[in-house]
Write a protein that binds this ligand. Structure first.
Ligand SMILES: Cc1ncc(COP(=O)(O)O)c(C=O)c1O
Length: 398
């Protein structure tokens, strides 16, 4: 099996479709983006200025929550929220194993212990039944990740949290604008944490993040912590520090870009859903595991991720056809070197481990044309048919 090489494939059929392409989005918005950036340069206020304040208000309004606090990244949004809830050494936090490393990083930075939870057998998100089995007297919080843009099973998670007195910190990095039961993701738990990393549905031009919450105390604590815990951030005296804080601010340039983009989020998500429907129709009989359906806009397809037993061969074939793909994620967190001391072994979280061998994400960015979606689907079906033919030939003794 050849390794999939870095870079873009030369197409056998003229197709050349990257996994993500921000250039078309930026071309369309260029005049407004440049005007917004120019205005920041003209004012030369780069930190904690009017764009950050306005973007926080716009996000709070969009997500129908009381507070939105800009921070430097999605990782910091998680870390500062957990810190605001008082998570500390000795505490345990339930975290899916099948997620990006950042979900668990904040727990560790606070000296607490991530307790890894397996995924649902028929999906990608965390399994609330498995989470419940792992609760101990030290468990203080749970981090449901709305992976790939699909809502985690929030009914069960909220019930579990209520029954055991846990904080729910939603990781919405991949699901901006997604919903569960009609409500926007991020607004269901005690705090919602966003990333504006360029590959996300709502993306800046660099790093950025945000915490949303209805809890006044948590919002105030995150506001304090993001700027060295300087008391002036929450109405106190400047250069007086009631705690050890962080340097974790969203900057004006990012906020200015994000303000231009936020009004487009829902329409971009609808395009992603449209592409997902097209893939679903084309790949219905392919035998591949397809992502969940979007009920009432619940799934916003930050990624369209297939499950395929011959994942690496399919990936190689798509690369040869000029289609960009990525494996999110090839190794579950519980088997990472970073967590070796926690004592997990292969086989402990079998669903997550299998997903790591099968998951393959294909292009689903909003600006794809229907023809491009069809080309990707054609390339996948070509692979499936060639496999089926090879099997038949084997069966008849060729
Ligand atoms: C699920 C998940 N959580 C958290 C993060 C962290 O966000 P950031 O890269 O902005 O720190 C990411 C981003 O890659 C993510 O995909």
């Amino acid at each position: 099996m050849k390794e999939v090489k870095a870079g873009r494939a030369r197409s056998c059929s003229g197709v050349e479709i990257p996994l993500i392409d921000l250039r078309s989005q930026h071309r369309a918005l260029q005049p407004r983006l440049f005007a917004a950036l120019r205005q920041v340069f003209d004012s030369s206020v780069f930190v904690m200025g009017p764009n950050v304040r306005a973007f926080e208000e716009e996000m709070a309004c969009f997500f129908e929550v009381k507070h939105a606090v800009g921070v430097a990244s999605g990782t910091d949004a998680l870390t500062l929220s957990l810190a605001a809830f008082g998570i500390q050494p000795g505490d345990e936090v339930l975290v899916p194993s099948f997620t990006y490393a950042a979900t668990a990083a904040g727990v560790c930075h606070l000296g607490a212990r991530p307790v890894f939870v397996d995924s649902l057998p028929d999906g990608f998100n965390l399994d609330p039944g498995d989470a419940e089995r792992r609760i101990t007297p030290r468990t203080r919080a749970i981090i449901p990740v709305h992976l790939y843009g699909e809502a985690a099973p929030m009914k069960e998670i909220l019930e579990l949290a209520e029954a055991h007195g846990l904080y729910v910190v939603e990781d919405v990095a991949q699901a901006a604008g997604g919903r569960w039961d009609g409500k926007l993701l991020g607004s269901l738990g005690h705090a919602g944490c966003f990333s504006f990393y360029p590959t996300k549905n709502l993306a800046g031009c660099g790093d950025g993040g945000m915490v949303i919450t209805n809890d006044d105390t948590v919002a105030e604590r995150v506001r304090l912590l993001r700027q060295q815990a300087d008391a002036s951030m929450v109405g106190g005296q400047k250069y007086v520090h009631p705690a050890v804080g962080y340097n974790s601010r969203l900057d004006e340039l990012q906020a200015a870009v994000l303000r231009v983009k936020l009004p487009h989020l829902e329409s971009w998500n609808r395009f992603r859903q449209k592409h997902a429907r097209r893939y679903r129709a084309r790949l219905r009989d392919s035998g591949l595991g397809l992502p969940a359906r979007s009920r009432d806009g619940s799934h916003v397809y930050c990624l369209f991720t297939l499950r395929c037993a011959q994942r690496d061969e399919l990936r190689q074939h798509l690369w040869e056809c000029g289609v960009g793909t990525e494996i999110y994620y090839p190794l579950p967190l519980h088997l990472q070197e970073a967590y070796r001391d926690l004592g997990y072994r292969e086989g402990d979280l079998p669903v997550s481990e299998t997903l790591c061998k099968r998951a393959l994400s294909i292009p689903v960015y909003p600006e794809l044309t229907p023809e491009q979606v069809d080309s990707v689907a054609d390339a996948i079906l070509e692979f499936i048919h060639s496999r089926a033919e090879a099997k038949t030939e084997e069966a008849v003794g060729h």
